[in-house]
Design a protein around this ligand. Sequence first.
Ligand code: DER
Length: 231
Amino acid sequence: QPDESSKRRVAARALAFVEDGMRLGLGTGSTAQHFVELLAERVRGGLDVVGVPTSERTRLQAESLGIRLATLDDLPELDLTVDGADEFDPELRLIKGGGGALLREKIVASASARMIVIADSSKRVARLGGFPLPVEVNAFGLASTRRKVERAGEAAGARGSVSLRHGPDGSPYLTDGGHLILDCRFDPIPDPEALAERLVAIPGVVEHGLFIGLASAVVTDGDAGTLVVER
Ligand code: DER
């Protein structure tokens, strides 16, 4: 089980990619939280950056720490996004969305020249799917969309059950965008590209947690400390 020190170590290592004057995408999740904290220390030391948060949670954290914020409307193109992941494979394909922010995370990552993923060694997998794939869906026609998502998994050779994510109070989890999340236990996912194509073809699907071709590098950790895995 990953410890906070390992998350902090990979977050600290990612700071080396941040240069003065950069327009940054700020990720979401417990590892990204460390990055935002450490970035704020550098800002207090004079680093001049502006951040576009990938969730309300990250926006509140960055704001409280005094990091200058903007939106993608102010800054349509970013230099670098630093974000976490739930899994990464040898081709740096990711599963993201454990923290429920996958839609804004993917929009921000795809607006960035580079995306550096910060993920401790527990996220490193040979094949994606051990972590349930989050799929963000519109609430309208949920039962029908859920069935189509299950069929898309089967058609892509990734069988498994699909469940609606609930929040801590027992009600259905609502994303920042007001959508629901289906967590799909497609394990393993033999062909992530094929599954991604099938999911985006479903009208009720807003976005899915497969990030393919977006990560430029992953900062992870091993016995000898942190290491950067390039694509
Ligand atoms: O929700 C997300 O995509 C997060 O980045 C998640 O994938 C990683 O969160 P963690 O750093 O708390 O494991």
